[in-house]
Design a protein around this ligand. Structure first.
Ligand code: ADP
Length: 502
């Protein structure tokens, strides 16, 4: 904190080091019906190993004054009646995982990649009275990976195992419970990725609870405020890993909300755009709009504000498709963008190379307007401009108005893409290497609780919106305003046509 920089980082690769769980890239082999699970005991062993490794590296464990964390959103852990006692009586001479082998009522945990619960999503949405109502109530439409549908599937298909379940935690609250030595509640940020939380009241939603499973509320402790410390670290952690007994433990958050603060996005308008396989856009909102977008996700932020997140399936996937269509290298793609005019002389594209999530389109359907399909440079610009116009339109409709953008992800190394982003959004864009922003966000929370600082004070000194390179808008805002309006009208027409077809 004194020097505004991380002092130690360490990571463990599940596949390389914990392959004995039969996993590939951190999860069990994907099943045909869309089931994607991971063994929860693997996370316990990973934690045990990494803490021991830290000690072996010479890290002074007893100088850690507080621990907060973050974990993949949506993954859930199902515990039986033995968990509380087993956790309370762990022997520090033995690995943690060896002592928690028989505490799971469901041996494997569904994770964020699981797509197997469409039926349950339909039933939960119907209980609310449709997609719009569940979005208003929980912040998102019913989503396959969200935990409500996963719990419902488990309760419906394995009623005995469900009734043997004493507690359901998320990966985040499960790991926080290990540190605290006792079961802790799911924090608001991660609870808002379950379709179970009343997003405005921060309490479990009665309609969602009864739509998912019987006696669910008693298996979910009340949701926890991530800003409130849980207590001191467990004696097991003191004796096995060398923590100081006075070390404070905080609730853990979901990784995306944790990244929000880790990237320093603690004021309205500061937005992150991650240009990965999919493109994701997220930022902080002080207040929820009266009407929530069915294509965005509203989560609770670690700052106790809201976080809005939009995930576009056609990100690098669509840019790659155009690049490959014309057999271009990334350098040539960049030159193509730089050799064409903003606005592309009126030629543009709706870039749905695959089914899209924002807006929800179930089948691919690229559309070109005023665009020669054989003109490589014009098509390169059209795909990027189409993506950026769609992102700005949908972000604004959902209530997210970027005033400065932090760009991350594989394609953020491309200066021409970031220049188009700055031009279409009419705001500055900075690019930055941001590995471990979720972990950094957790460290910020711990720091804040210890020092009782405000969020701007907490993140001051860390990179903020400074970034590595910076792109300012270079064209008259009117160019894209007009095109965005046309894009929006055309997209609505396409949407109603898709609806009519299906
Ligand atoms: P993810 O984490 O979603 O797998 P990354 O953030 O690592 O993805 O980004 C990988 C993507 O970045 C690749 O699919 C590729 O399309 C894109 N990419 C890599 N280099 C460039 C570049 N110079 N310009 C544009 N896109 C690039």
């Amino acid at each position: 904190a004194e020097n505004s920089r991380p002092v130690y980082e360490k990571s463990l690769n599940f596949e390389a080091e914990l392959g004995h769980y039969g996993i590939i890239e951190g999860h069990l082999p994907i099943e045909e019906n869309g089931v994607v699970h991971a063994p929860p005991l693997m996370w316990v062993e990973a934690l045990d190993r990494i803490l021991l490794d830290m000690g072996e590296d010479g890290f002074e464990m007893d100088r850690i004054v507080a621990v907060a964390g973050s974990a993949q959103q949506h993954g859930s852990v199902y515990l039986n009646a033995r968990f509380d006692e087993a956790l309370g009586n762990c022997d520090p001479s033995l690995p943690l995982n060896q002592q928690l082998t028989d505490v799971f009522s469901r041996k494997t945990s569904p994770i964020w990649m699981d797509q197997s619960t469409s039926k349950q999503c339909g039933e939960i949405a119907a209980a609310f009275g449709g997609a719009r109502r569940i979005t208003e109530a929980t912040g998102s439409v019913a989503v396959e990976r969200f935990t409500g549908a996963q719990i419902k599937k488990f309760a419906d298909q394995e009623p005995k195992a469900y009734s043997d379940t004493r507690a359901i935690l998320l990966v985040s609250s499960f790991l926080a419970s290990l540190f605290a030595g006792r079961r802790t509640g799911i924090d608001y940020t991660d609870a808002s990725g379950m379709n179970l939380l009343d997003i405005r009241r921060k309490t479990w939603h009665p309609t969602a609870l009864s739509a998912c499973a019987e006696n669910l509320e008693e298996k979910l402790s009340p949701p926890a405020d991530p800003r409130r410390a849980i207590g001191s670290i467990s004696g097991f952690f003191v004796r096995r890993y060398g923590f100081d007994p006075g070390c404070i433990v905080l609730p853990w958050c979901g990784d995306n909300p944790s990244s929000l603060v880790g990237l320093g996005l603690i004021q309205e308008g500061m937005t992150a755009v991650s240009l990965g396989t999919s493109d994701t856009c997220f930022g902080l909102m002080k207040k929820l709009p009266d009407c929530l977008s069915p294509w965005a996700h509203a989560f609770i932020a670690p700052t106790n504000d809201y976080m809005l997140l939009l995930c576009f399936k056609n990100g690098s996937l669509a840019r790659e498709a155009v690049r490959k269509q014309f057999d271009l290298s990334w350098d040539e793609f960049t030159t193509a963008l730089q050799s064409t005019e903003p606005g592309n002389l009126g030629g543009w594209m709706v870039p749905w190379f695959e089914a899209e999530t924002v807006p929800k389109i179930d089948k691919p359907g690229v559309r070109r307007f005023g665009l020669d399909i054989n003109d490589p440079a014009a098509n390169c610009r059209a795909v990027v401009e189409g993506q950026m116009m769609s992102m700005r339109n949908h972000a604004e409709e959902a209530g997210l108005i970027p005033t400065a953008i932090k760009a991350t992800g594989g394609a953020s190394r491309n200066p021409a893409i970031l220049q188009i982003m700055a031009d279409v959004f009419s705001c500055p864009v900075v690019s930055q290497e941001t590995s471990n922003s979720a972990a950094l966000g957790a460290a910020f929370r711990a720091l804040q609780v210890l020092q009782r600082t405000t969020w701007p004070e907490t993140v001051a000194g860390f990179s903020g919106m400074a970034g590595v390179s910076r792109f300012e808008p270079s064209v008259d805002a009117g160019v894209y305003e007009r095109l965005r309006r046309i894009y929006r009208e055309c997209e609505s027409a396409l949407l109603s046509r898709f609806e009519n077809e299906s």
